[in-house]
Design a protein around this ligand. Structure first.
Ligand code: FE2
Length: 270
């Protein structure tokens, strides 16, 4: 990635996010979309692992913390689903390829197409276009000191007001972290718990950020952002991952996602 120019850097520092249009070519977007199509076509998820993806606290504890499908997904390629896509028995109510909210969390390590695009990121979470409620990434990926995590969000298709583009509260990255998701002590009923709480956000402060296919959105780890549910007929695929500045930084041992012996966080520069 070429460096940011001074005005881009200033904008990122003021707003906590920055859009760089035209970062990927159309061919690169198509290659990732085709690969996702192949991966989803081969998806085989056991009934008890049909976990709906959520950033909402109660749902997270229930759906993600109660199963190790999520907690042990850091070094695997696993599927997380939209709400309402299963019946009570876990059977699909919609075509399986329309059911996926997110595939995580180790495409960058095991899939050659994503590995080459991401060039060894630390953590990544490809979204296929589902709703993501207001949050700060640092709730889930906490470093000490704060401010050392950068989200990279790549639009594989146009992201619009209709199909679930990102929304940000500009400047909200300077107020610390209101809520942290941490691994619960061994023996707890749930695998995760929360410290602090997500305040009610003033919806009028959110600014929509529609972008074209191929755009890169830089996301500060503490900026408040969301995306609305995609109720349109057009998908909004994105590939997103996180980078951590490792210099003088501690990756919180309480984070749900931990490097493993099999898959340590890969360095971006070697
Ligand atoms: Fe996020």
């Amino acid at each position: 990635m070429a460096g940011l120019n001074p005005s881009q850097l200033q904008k990122f520092q003021e707003d906590g996010f920055l859009v760089l249009e035209g970062f990927l070519s159309a061919d690169e977007c198509v290659a990732m979309q085709q690969r996702i199509g192949e991966i989803v076509a081969k998806m085989d998820v056991p009934l008890h692992c049909r976990t709906e993806f959520s950033t909402q606290e109660e749902e997270q504890i229930r759906a993600q913390g109660s199963t190790d499908y999520f907690l042990s997904s850091g070094d695997k390629i696993r599927f997380f689903f939209e709400k309402g896509v299963f019946d009570k028995k876990g059977n699909f109510l919609v075509p399986p390829e329309k059911s996926v909210n997110k595939i995580g969390h180790a495409l960058h390590a095991y899939d050659p197409v994503f590995r080459s695009i991401t060039h060894s990121p630390k953590v990544q979470q490809p979204h296929l276009g589902g709703e993501v409620t207001p949050h700060q990434d640092a709730t889930f990926l906490y470093t000490e000191p704060l401010g050392r995590v950068l989200g990279i969000w790549l639009a594989l298709e146009d992201a619009t007001l209709e199909n679930g583009c990102l929304w940000f509260i500009p400047g909200s990255h300077t107020s610390g972290v209101s809520r942290r998701m941490v691994r619960a002590p061994a023996g707890s009923a749930s695998g995760i718990s929360f410290l602090g709480s997500e305040p009610d956000r003033d919806n009028s402060l959110f600014v929509p950020t529609p972008v074209r296919r191929g755009a890169l959105v830089l996301i500060h780890g503490e900026v408040v952002h969301k995306s609305e549910q995609n109720l349109s007929a057009r998908s909004r695929q994105a590939y997103t991952f996180h980078l951590m500045d490792t210099s003088g930084t501690v990756w919180s041992p309480e984070n749900w996602l931990q490097p493993t012996a099999e898959l340590p966080f890969p360095p971006l520069y070697t």
